[in-house]
Design a protein around this ligand. Structure first.
Ligand code: NAP
Length: 247
């Protein structure tokens, strides 16, 4: 993926990881479109950044994705990079029957959202020079957190889907997975100040070092993510699961 001169769509660009990536890509000389449900948050990301543009999108709504794809490709025909970053994380108790609304929303947002958005944009992307798709998974794709079982399952699915997408789009669209470790954002209440989580600035610096190289790896895994990412292949799966179970 080129470091500048792209037109990059970042879903979930109104906060956290998406907001900071959007601003950093903007400052490198890219046009950036931030998308999400809260228009106020998107406007705040764009404020003071001439080439960040806010477009409302609900990735959990199939019809809205279709509307959005038509609008964004008409307004920004040079769009060549899709960053599937929007996501939600809900804690749940699997040990008893319960209301599944959170689990269902998690699947629709974190898994169906990216699948639908890729589908809506893939033909457009394939026609662009330097096209790329960046899917944001999680260290929890590789070792689940039982307290966030559906969330972890959607991230494991995004990892798998990204492997398939890379194989099918080889030579046409670069496909990159970004697997964050625990980072200080408001993904869950209180997380932005939780001790032991990686400060957002540090995480973004580490991620952007990979993208600024102009040749990011297929999987962008910062050092803190490697404990979970490599647990199984390094024979530490049970140890890692014991840790994620303790949360
Ligand atoms: N922080 C971590 O520890 C961590 C670790 C691993 C992976 N990740 C992943 O990183 C990504 C970004 O998370 P974050 O930590 O930056 O948390 P965040 O600040 O809560 O960002 C999530 C973004 O997703 C957007 N979003 C949620 N539902 C949406 C929907 N239906 N349609 C459109 N946008 C939607 C939210 O905006 P609106 O609510 O305004 O729509 C928000 O801007 C997520 O995919 C998350 O799973 C985070």
């Amino acid at each position: 993926m080129k470091t500048s001169g792209n037109t990059i769509l970042v879903t979930g660009g109104g906060s956290g990881i998406g907001r900071e990536l959007a601003r950093r890509w903007h400052d490198l000389g890219n046009t950036v479109i931030v998308a999400g449900r809260s228009e106020g948050a998107l406007a705040e990301t764009a404020e003071g950044h001439a080439n960040i543009h806010a477009v409302a999108l609900d990735v959990s709504d199939a019809a809205d994705i279709q509307r959005f794809a038509r609008e964004v490709t008409a307004r920004f025909p040079a769009l060549n990079v899709l960053v599937n970053n929007a996501g939600i994380m809900r804690y749940e108790d699997l040990s008893t029957g319960r209301d599944l609304a959170d689990a269902e929303a998690t699947v629709v947002t974190n898994l169906l959202g990216p699948i639908r958005l890729v589908d809506a944009l893939v033909d457009h992307l394939k026609a662009q020079d330097g096209a790329a798709i960046v899917n944001v998974s999680s260290g929890l794709a590789f070792v689940p957190m039982p307290k966030a079982a559906t969330y972890s399952a959607t991230k494991a699915a995004i990892h798998s889907y990204t492997v398939s997408l890379r194989a099918k789009l080889e030579g046409a669209v670069e496909v990159i997975e970004l697997a964050p470790p625990a980072v200080q954002t408001e993904l869950t209440p209180g997380q932005s100040t939780r001790e032991g989580y990686l400060p957002l600035d540090t995480f973004i610096d580490q991620v952007m070092a990979e993208f600024e190289s102009g040749n990011p790896p297929a999987e962008v895994c910062v050092p803190n993510a490697l404990f979970l990412r490599n647990a199984e292949k390094e024979g530490r799966f049970e140890e890692a699961l014991a840790m994620t179970r303790s949360f």
